[in-house]
Design a protein around this ligand. Structure first.
Ligand SMILES: [Zn+2]
Length: 81
């Protein structure tokens, strides 16, 4: 039996970001909520970090890393001053 929980995500309006729906009380949880409490701040259900959730939590870092990589590629040309 597969014990891995499936989480539900919703897209945020006006953003490419997502929010997690608590599997227990269905409140909308922001990334900060999960990082700071590692459980639902509304119903106290433990939020188990699986691959899916890890991707969600790491997304800002990955996005940041990608944009840094892109910027690094532009550093070939000297900065204008
Ligand atoms: Zn909850």
């Amino acid at each position: 039996m597969d014990s891995a929980k499936k989480y539900e995500f919703r897209n945020l309006r006006n953003s490419s970001d997502k929010i997690l729906i608590c599997p227990n009380c269905f409140e909308m949880l922001f990334r900060d909520d999960i990082e700071h409490f590692s459980s639902c701040p509304y119903c106290n259900a433990r939020i188990e970090v699986n691959d899916e959730l890890e991707d969600f939590l790491l997304k800002p870092f990955v996005d940041n890393w990608i944009s840094n990589q892109n910027r690094a590629g532009l550093d070939i040309t000297p900065p204008e001053n």
